[in-house]
Design a protein around this ligand. Structure first.
Ligand code: FES
Length: 111
């Protein structure tokens, strides 16, 4: 048993979620993996991954409009910062964010 197993922790793992160039600038991809649904956004050459569930009533954030690094939930309009997942009205409320790495081999999300 490793030290992490003994305290119930597991190391983060990277999962390939898109091919390099698969998502156009301004585009989004919804990913279902490891029991989670994640919304992956591309803005210019940066990628952002957040949980695809609004804190209000679970609206699909990956279907929301993106403007200035902020996504608007398509159901009732709550807005979230893609950099840190914070809700615009109460910044201490945050949707989960995930680290993203983009290489020539693809786009990887760390869980
Ligand atoms: S479910 Fe997102 S604003 Fe209501």
């Amino acid at each position: 048993m490793t030290e992490n197993e003994s305290v119930g922790l597991s190391s983060p793992q990277e999962f390939k979620v898109a091919e390099a160039g698969e998502i156009a600038d301004g585009g989004t991809k919804i990913i279902n993996m490891v029991g989670r649904t994640i919304a992956l956004f591309r803005i210019k050459n940066e990628y952002f991954a957040i949980a695809n569930a609004c804190l209000h009533r679970g609206g699909p954030l990956g279907e929301g409009e993106v403007r200035d690094y902020e996504v608007t939930c398509p159901w009732h309009g709550w807005k979230y910062n893609l950099l840190d997942g914070s809700f615009s009205m109460i910044p201490t409320l945050r949707v989960k964010t995930f680290k993203v790495k983009a290489t020539i081999e693809g786009v990887f999300v760390e869980l």
